[in-house]
Write a protein that binds this ligand. Structure first.
Ligand code: SAH
Length: 214
């Protein structure tokens, strides 16, 4: 796979578009320049890799819109070195954006086919140091908890209690909530062992977070 000047130019244009749509965190925008999004799509879609659209990545799943990835990442208010758990590795694009921003990423995917594909690109092609797991995101990663930040990239019907438990006090969970076609983007901050503060960031559309179907 090649990353040419043309691809880099297209990424610059995409970054300007993300800026116009309201993304302000320069570290997020820098990561969008670093990560070649076309590596995550099948060759047939290479040209569209830098338009602001979602795509099929196999197993009936999608790679999220660039804006959605950027928006969720910005909501996490990341600091270098933090431990971040991602639910829904999918293509591995979001995972790669997080890694590039200098955080320690743990990511769970419940579709084996996608897990294998993402592992190839993230670890072998891009040589990023993410810990990828095949498993059920509802369970989180007890052995690696607690996390500074948790990011759910599929539409959750409710907030899984396990994920709240695996969050540090002061930590943030970003989760699209709702089981219909539309989810409300929530940012939940754990202010003490038992107290949470929730903010709403509007409507988005995600593939569902599935339970017990592995
Ligand atoms: N972050 C991804 C977005 C992928 S779409 C990207 O950048 O491409 C959401 C993903 O969540 C899908 O791949 C889907 O298979 C996965 N998913 C759905 N339910 C899940 C669960 N319970 N645990 C882990 N992953 C899940």
């Amino acid at each position: 796979m090649q990353d040419t000047f043309k691809h880099k130019g297209l990424r610059k244009l995409l970054i300007e578009e993300l800026r116009l749509k309201g993304i302000k965190d320069e570290r997020v925008l820098d990561a969008f320049f670093e990560v070649p999004r076309h590596f995550f799509l099948d060759l047939a879609f290479e040209k569209q890799a830098y338009s602001n659209t979602a795509f099929q990545i196999g197993a009936g799943q999608t790679i999220s819109h660039p804006f959605t990835v950027a928006f969720q990442t910005e909501l996490l208010k990341l600091n270098k070195g933090e431990k971040v758990l991602e639910i829904g590795t999918g293509s591995g694009f979001q995972t790669s954006i997080l890694c590039t921003m200098g955080v320690k990423v743990f990511s769970i995917e419940r579709q084996r086919e996608l897990f294998i594909k993402a592992k190839k690109i993230v670890a072998e092609v891009l040589k990023l140091n993410a810990k990828l797991f095949y498993g059920d995101g509802y369970k989180g990663r007890v052995v690696d908890a607690p996390f500074d930040k948790i990011l759910v990239t599929c539409g959750a019907p409710y907030v899984p209690e396990t994920l709240l438990e695996q969050l540090k006090v002061g930590g943030i969970l970003v989760i699209p909530l709702g089981d219909g076609d539309v989810q409300a983007m929530k940012r939940i901050t754990k202010i003490s062992a038992t107290e949470y503060q929730t903010e709403d960031f509007g409507d988005f559309s995600f593939v569902p977070m599935l339970e017990n179907t592995k």
